[in-house]
Ligand binder design. Sequence first.
Ligand code: AMP
Length: 224
Amino acid sequence: MSELNLIFLGAPGSGKGTQAQRLMDDFDIAYIATGDMLREEVAQGTPLGTKAKLFMDKGDLVPDDVIIAMIAEKLSKTEAHDGFILDGFPRTIAQADALSQQLTALGKELSAVLLIEVSDDEVVRRISGRRVSATTGRVYHVDLDPPKHEGRCDVDGARLLQRDDDKPETVKKRLSVYHQQTAPLISYYGERDLLRRFDGTRSPTEVHDHVRATLATLRLEELL
Ligand code: AMP
């Protein structure tokens, strides 16, 4: 495996983004998060963003064709020496099939799919306490990682906001969408012998250590 081409799979709030950030510190690897890309389109008021927002605010998935086109463009442009991490994509079997075709066309293959497992109750607890700085984008949690001054970003004092799709009713909807449309990817990648499971209730450092050990084993196996 000359490069690490990874997918993080897991419910919203499972800690995929945190783990991806840590891996990016370890490897020269590109980070592709479809949720962030869509929020950027929404913030810029593009036609794609305007269309996507209708689905995102309700906790629904943006249609497959929109996402597949967006990711194809990104993957073809992505330059990272050690590979890429996908966070939030694929989320449906159709997206996984499209990804597989795109990678084949680019002469690449997946190294592993990293599944971070947490219970639904824990997801609701984590996401409903999440607050984001309007200016820096830094993420806090009212109980688990509070800012020094309530409601204000530590960096510049900007007001902290709750994302529309982090409101409790929307979180429940996102979870049910995850179970119905995304969870089937667990057996999809299991059958392809790509799935690796991690206990997302452990501390971020423990999960990270486990992920690193798993990736080291994969690389060793390749040398055998
Ligand atoms: P995330 O930040 O990954 O939880 O994504 C936020 C929202 O963006 C999701 O609730 C969906 O509405 C939309 N979204 C992100 N990635 C995808 C995807 N791969 N397929 C469909 N919708 C997506």
